[in-house]
Design a protein around this ligand. Sequence first.
Ligand code: SF4
Length: 88
Amino acid sequence: MTEDTMSCRDDCAACCIAPSITQSFANAPQGKAADEPCPNLDMQTLRCRIWGQSNYPSWCKAFKPEASICGNSREEALEIIRFLEKTT
Ligand code: SF4
């Protein structure tokens, strides 16, 4: 699979958990801390509860999965994003 055709893997949501978000957004007026699940994330299904709604954040909409961030597994994605969180 190339980066151009990569899709989100099922049961991942690493990008909804590992990074911090400093801006206020739906249901998170203070943003969220790194490694804190987004309040909009359904932890049973690991799917976004507000996907496609008018309050769905623009940065979530803009984020596209790519191998350099998502790695080869959910665990690898979490490690990569945690590393980027600490170093960028
Ligand atoms: S708003 Fe939805 S897509 Fe964006 S981080 Fe939260 S759960 Fe994930």
